[in-house]
Design a protein around this ligand. Structure first.
Ligand code: NOJ
Length: 531
């Protein structure tokens, strides 16, 4: 890697779930003008880009991941003009805008699918994946849906099944068909022409399926209580080798646009894999995703040794020139403050924002939002119904702006409830110089001012019990990051001389350290070498 780094390599991404960020028109659901009105807040955090989960027309069977028109805005979110204003405002604040791109499936209400299902000889029939029933009338094979049950949905009118990796209202596109590929490249061009700086590509592992439709083998490790989808090993439905050519095609479309219009466009891929399988998504000669998401901190046991070992194996596995990235939360997984506790969420924030590579922050994590408590009658996520216990509503609750009505999110009853009583809010944390919000702002400011923390080298320093310590270095600047993963105190055994520039408790800055340093329960510190 040269000394020159691109904006997204030094930058930090902030994910917004548009339904839940800010409601400007009082219908209980967030919208684009709502987001635009909060961009000053987002910029004040010190992040560099916003990624918006889907904002396109959609029947909302999967809350926007079922797109019925890729080139418009859902009226509930606003208009194309609202979108242009959002982009303009973001750019004026120095924020890039990334969109969710959902290539694996459309909504069943997309006109392509409406045509495809209209007859067996419709020209768009082969845009989706249609199969005859098995001789006994059953499913064509044993493929399962991520959302539970068989991955095949019956179409009465034309007497065939269509394949859907997710909801039955999300039929899979057939990426083996060049017409599909070209139509989907047009989608990327459409948004880039409107000023979009990049994309997060949804569900890319499902893009291509086995051409001969072989059964997936059973998973011997599956146990009662695990998600039903995991009962098969999806060797014929997920992560097929052909996928990489499709990703490279998306990247070529972005690069061509970047060359013609100035400025590289960023391609991030949603990938829940590890090791070589994950690294393959950087593509041959890094011509695939700029960053396939590194999801380990979303699912890892919160254990200093295990996480340290993972960081080292991830760093070691990165292909030459490939850029790392880190995620601790998103709209599909329980919030970090609920997974590890509010105290450890501070340690997680320091880890996320001091590791080498590009971090993504999930909205609300910067104030320590926890998973919402959603009573069954208020559950909205289809997964909550098809795979009980695995619903994703808890991590999608409205942003908690203030103690006012509905957390300051909306004047109407929000689509998902905000907590009652005492809860974290931006308003209260703005007034508290030791709040989680203050910690995020301090971490982001430090990271921005010290290249060592974003692009510098990573070297493990000491790992023992609940202690994880590593050193970041760049251009002669050297920092120790020491994190206590436990709720008792822990001492750093290896001497490191310097001055504390940040503690997760926000009360130790300026303290000189040499020899042993003690970390309090749930404390992380950043120490500048030399002092
Ligand atoms: C991954 C998205 O993040 C998730 O929310 C969605 O349900 C599936 N892909 C299907 O699009």
């Amino acid at each position: 890697m040269s000394e020159e780094h691109l904006w997204w390599q030094k930058g930090v991404v902030y994910q917004i779930y548009p339904r839940s960020f800010a409601d400007s028109n009082g219908d209980g659901v967030g919208d684009l003008p709502g987001i635009t009105g909060k961009l000053e807040y987002v910029a004040s955090l010190g992040v560099d880009a916003v990624w918006l989960s889907p904002i396109f027309p959609s029947p909302m069977a999967d809350f926007g991941y079922d797109v019925s028109d890729y080139m418009d805005i859902h009226p509930m979110f606003g208009t194309l003009e609202d979108f242009d204003s959002l982009v303009e405002k973001a750019h004026s604040l120095g924020l890039k805008v990334l969109l969710d791109y959902v290539p694996n499936h459309t909504s069943d209400e997309h006109e392509w699918f409406v045509e495809s299902r209209s007859s067996r000889d419709n020209p768009k029939r082969e845009w989706y994946i249609w199969r005859d029933a098995a001789p006994d009338g059953g499913f064509p094979n044993n493929w399962l849906s991520e959302f539970g049950g068989a991955a095949w949905a019956w179409d009465e009118a034309t007497g065939q099944y269509y394949y859907r990796a997710y909801h039955e209202k999300q039929p899979d596109l057939n990426w083996r068909n060049p017409e599909v590929r070209e139509a989907m490249m047009d989608v990327l061009r459409f948004w880039m022409n409107r000023g979009v700086d990049g994309f997060r590509v949804d569900a890319v592992n499902h893009l291509v399926e086995d051409e001969s439709f072989r059964d997936d083998p059973p998973n011997p490790e599956w146990r009662e209580g695990d998600a039903p989808y995991l009962s098969r090993i999806p060797v014929h439905t997920s992560n097929l080798p052909e996928t990489h050519a499709e990703v490279a095609g998306m990247r070529r479309t972005l690069d061509a646009h970047g060359e013609a219009h100035g400025g590289e466009r960023l391609l991030i891929g949603e990938v829940y894999l590890s090791g070589d399988e994950l690294m393959a998504y950087y593509g041959e000669a890094n011509a695939g995703f700029h960053m396939p998401t590194n999801m380990e901190l979303v699912r890892a046991a919160w254990d200093a040794r295990k996480i340290s070992a993972y960081i080292e194996s991830y760093e070691a596995a990165l292909p030459e020139g490939a850029w790392p990235n880190w995620v601790v939360g998103n709209h599909d997984n329980g919030r970090i403050a609920s997974r590890v506790g509010v105290g450890q969420a501070r340690v997680a924030a320091m880890l996320l924002l001091t590791l080498r590579g590009t971090p993504t922050i999930y909205y609300g994590d910067e104030i320590g939002m926890t998973d919402g408590d959603i009573p069954p009658e208020l559950e909205r996520d289809p997964v909550a119904k098809s795979s009980p216990g695995f619903g994703r509503d808890p991590e999608r609750t409205p942003m908690q702006w203030s103690e006012g009505e509905n957390g300051g999110f909306s004047t109407a009853e929000p689509w998902l409830p905000v907590p009652d009583g005492n809860f974290a809010t931006v308003e209260s944390q703005e007034k508290d110089s030791r709040s989680m919000l203050a910690l995020y702002r301090n971490l982001l400011a430090l990271r921005r001012s010290e290249d060592a923390l974003s692009v510098g080298s990573y070297a493990p320093f000491e790992v023992r019990d609940d202690l994880l310590a590593f050193v970041r270095e760049h251009g002669g600047r050297r920092f120790l990051v020491a994190l206590n993963f436990g709720d008792g105190s822990v001492d750093l055994g290896t001497p490191f001389g310097g001055r504390i520039v940040l503690s997760t408790h926000l009360d130790r800055e300026g303290e000189d350290v040499s020899g042993s340093v003690s970390l309090r329960a749930n404390e992380g510190i950043v120490v500048e070498a030399g002092g």
